[in-house]
Write a protein of this length. Structure first.
Length: 131
């Protein structure tokens, strides 16, 4: 079989700082960069955790001819602050061949929506006179 270098794909995070428990959107851009008459069917786009757990899945069934592109927007939320190693799995079907899956890692940092802060206002410290 020949090497398939059919598609370019990028996944971008729309929010700069996603917060724990709040939805954020991942956009996956898939483009058929192959010359010729062949087309590719974007069958599914899944966002998974490092352990394989699927966080979001869609089945766009979008057919891409040579030079065409498509954007898939997926909304998801992560409940805990921290760094996540997610990956996007795009399943592609070819009219003249087998399905195949391309995988792209996506690193995401989720922030705590309310940083723990203590604010103390104390005006009775020694050496400070109240006006």
């Amino acid at each position: 079989g020949s090497q398939l270098n059919t598609n370019s794909r990028t996944t971008t995070l729309n929010e700069t700082q996603p917060e724990a428990g709040s939805n954020f959107t991942l956009t996956t851009h898939v483009e058929n960069v192959e010359d010729g008459d062949g087309d590719v069917l974007v069958e599914s786009v899944e966002i998974r955790r490092a352990d394989g757990d699927v966080l979001a899945a869609e089945s766009p069934n979008e057919r891409l001819w040579s030079g065409n592109s498509f954007e898939n927007h997926q909304s998801l939320a992560l409940d805990e602050a921290g760094d996540y190693d997610l990956s996007v799995h795009v399943e592609l079907g070819r009219t003249d061949g087998d399905d195949y899956v391309v995988r792209q890692p996506v690193g995401i940092t989720v922030y705590d929506p309310h940083p723990a802060m203590t604010v103390e206002t104390e005006s009775t410290l020694p050496g400070i006179e109240r006006q």
